[in-house]
Design a binder for this molecule. Structure first.
Ligand SMILES: Nc1ncnc2c1ncn2[C@@H]1O[C@H](COP(=O)(O)OP(=O)(O)OP(=O)(O)O)[C@@H](O)[C@H]1O
Ligand SMILES: O=P(O)(O)O[C@H]1[C@H](O)[C@@H](O)[C@H](OP(=O)(O)O)[C@@H](OP(=O)(O)O)[C@H]1O
Ligand SMILES: [Mg+2]
Ligand SMILES: [Mg+2]
Length: 349
């Protein structure tokens, strides 16, 4: 790693001072002027993501903590930019992924958050949930599973038969198969009857709708930190709705910040957060299995159960800007990364 220094925190001021290794060996930390080294974090993000993530409060705190956030210019070779300690990115094009992989081969000392091949797993709604299916968390205060789902690649007219053969129960949520950061990939719909399934537009995933009291838990993972918030979600569907609704209903993005349900007056059976040990175990398992450090999980609790949870969506580098206190969590995460790399260097690892 480029950084040859120790990261130390001044808890009151939230300042960080990085002391080069040479200085550490000759002078005590508490005496004289301490040279300040910066942690350089390059970022390659869409304009939308820059706006939502790089908010002034994050930029300010990062500067205070000695973290230099630098925009990567995608019209220039990466090797001519930097040097970087960390690269943060959310660009899904194949070209960018190749650029990043080539760069990482040349510069293994740079931490790439996260590896493109691991991110690709989340860019498809079928592979995204595959790791969850094998989890066995029943001893951790709950059961975690995924709704039954079917992938349809083409030919809308074949959907009603395919659904009947797979034995899926209506209503079904239809979701575009590929998630690529475009608003189109978030255009979802709810199909109430079998006949109208042929109006859908493949490639898509058809997922059984699970009643959950209209509340969703968004579990944010930033390295080892886990934070959960409540959001309003789609309302339950009852037998009356099923009998009286036909067709396909497109629905807007319901899981946005405006729909935070953290301060709403809700039935405690519905609003109670999933148990902490379950979330800790889930976060740890998925971090390892997915090989990712920055993501969130959308979880719902089946209505009428105390501990049966469904994971319905996992997002890479989601809207962290909506997560309370994200500026502290994110900057600490970056500094911890630097510190563990430095320790590893010192121990010769
Ligand atoms: N199987 C399901 N059962 C019940 N509700 C669901 C189901 N799937 C999705 N929903 C509802 O639809 C919303 C959007 O679905 P999903 O999270 O899969 O879409 P997305 O576009 O990937 O969302 P995000 O903005 O979080 O990336 C969920 O937040 C939830 O409210
Ligand atoms: O934080 P939650 O509620 O999960 O929603 C996020 C989505 O899951 C992400 O996919 C969005 O990012 P992209 O638009 O870069 O895919 C992300 O966009 P944002 O970072 O611009 O807010 C969010 O909409
Ligand atoms: Mg979601
Ligand atoms: Mg999503």
């Amino acid at each position: 790693m480029r950084l040859h220094g120790e990261v130390s925190f001044d808890e009151d001021e939230e300042e960080v001072v990085m002391v080069p290794a040479a200085a550490l060996s000759s002078s005590p930390l508490n005496g004289g002027a301490v040279p300040v080294t910066r942690l350089v974090v390059g970022y390659a993000l869409t304009k939308k993501k820059v706006k939502s993530f790089l908010q002034p409060k994050l930029l300010l705190l990062a500067r205070k903590k000695g973290i230099n956030l630098v925009a990567i210019d995608d019209t220039r070779p990466l090797a001519e930019q930097g040097p970087f300690d960390v690269i943060l990115h959310k660009i899904t094009s194949k070209e960018w992924q190749q650029v990043l992989e080539d760069y990482h081969e040349e510069h293994p000392e740079v931490t790439v958050l996260d590896p493109p091949n691991a991110i690709n797993h989340l860019n498809n709604r079928q592979s995204m949930l595959a790791e969850v299916s094998d989890l066995n968390l029943s001893s951790f205060y709950g059961e975690v599973c995924t709704p039954r789902q079917l992938v349809i690649m083409r030919d809308p007219s074949s959907i009603p038969t395919a659904v009947a053969m797979a034995g899926l129960t209506l209503p079904l949520v239809a979701k575009p198969l590929v998630v690529d950061g475009t608003s189109k990939s978030h255009e979802l719909s709810l199909a109430y009857d079998e006949a109208s399934l042929s109006m859908l537009d493949p490639p898509l995933v058809l997922q059984e709708f699970v009643n959950h009291g209209g509340i969703l838990f968004k579990v944010y993972i930033i390295g080892e930190t886990i934070q959960v918030v409540r959001r309003f979600s789609l309302p339950d569907v009852n037998t009356y709705d099923l009998l009286n609704n036909v067709g396909v209903y497109r629905f807007p993005r319901v899981s946005c910040a405006a729909a935070s349900a953290d301060h709403a007056d809700l039935d405690p059976h519905i609003s109670e957060l999933p148990p902490r040990p379950l979330l800790e175990k889930l976060g740890k398992e998925l971090r390892g299995r997915l090989g990712l450090r920055l993501f969130n999980i959308d979880m719902i609790r089946e209505l009428g159960t105390k501990d049966r949870y469904y994971i319905i969506d996992i997002n890479y580098f989601p809207g962290f800007g909506k997560m309370p206190g994200y500026e502290h969590i994110f900057t600490d995460f970056l500094l911890n990364l630097a510190q563990s790399k430095y320790k590893k260097c010192l121990s010769g690892g």
